[in-house]
Design a binder for this molecule. Sequence first.
Ligand SMILES: Cc1ncc(COP(=O)(O)O)c(C=O)c1O
Length: 357
Amino acid sequence: MFLPNHGANPKQLIEALGKQIPNDLIDFSENTNPYGPPSAVIQFLNTDFTKTMTNYPDPHVTELTSKLAQFTMIPTKNILVGNGAAELIFLLANFFQGKRVAIVEPAFSEYRDACEAFECNVTSIVLSSPWHLDVNMVLSSISDIDVLFLCSPNNPTGVSYHKEEIIHLIEAAEKQGVYVVLDEAFYDFTEADCGLHQLVNRFSTLVIIRSLTKMFAIAGIRLGYLLANSDLITKLRIRQPTWSVNGIAQQVGLSLLKEDAFVEQTLLNIHQERRRVTSVLNDLDFFVSDSVVNFYLLAERDRKDLMPLLVFLLEKGIIARHTYNFNGLDGRYLRLAVKTRENNDQLMDALAMWRKR
Ligand SMILES: Cc1ncc(COP(=O)(O)O)c(C=O)c1O
């Protein structure tokens, strides 16, 4: 059985499980903003963008990089825009080719895939539930590695690590010349400002990855950026294919950075819904991870394998993200997105039926 390696892939999941595709599907395995994309994106896509489509895009992504510099208050020389954060992860893996990499897990599977593709020696530092950062455990492996990958808020747990702990790690790593790649793809879904981008001016071995596809629901358009010291940016840029960030993505990106009200409204909705859902699921005696973002992990109290629940939900038209390919989760959890109120109600009804069966 070949379960998909990522969420947002319902057809492959259904086929792998040998099921019929239900008429109505709600994809809780996809963790992009259910309220997006913002109207500015729709407006742009309704204009005549023939020229943007037929011309070669700006290979240096100049205008969007300047806008990101204003947005982050980080100089343009420290910013690299990519064809989604995923491309930036692969550029980093290319740069770190053959090096010793440690990944704090459970975590996004592309770090390992990318690093292994570039023949890095990859090891795991596996956190246990409730997945708070075990600083001592991470510190104890720092002397044996060249690069540490860390994701906060973390996919798939939704847990955000304390700023002071991350900074402590970055300081210790820098003293030993170890790079820290901090993936903040979901930082803009948090209520408390957890972004550590200002630190790239202070630490030459810190790399921060951001995605615009999650908050703005433009996963098909692809857009992300990376913040790091200017030498590293230059070394990554020469590895990036020319015109990697297409013209439509560059134009859409420019419209997104003015969407403060959209982001604010999303946060209000998401956090209200996540709290409501968590409370109902706890009452149904499920474990729910301590998430601060737009998805969470669900488990039975005894942490039994959740394949039966994955199939039960699928038969009700609800696609959950399995966790068989996450180190330390091994199918005993499902990752579920926080969606609209109506969709969340449908999920909770299905889970209530599971309890009563
Ligand atoms: C933690 C994390 N980082 C990066 C990415 C890649 O994002 P993008 O769509 O910008 O390539 C994802 C996508 O799921 C992710 O979960």
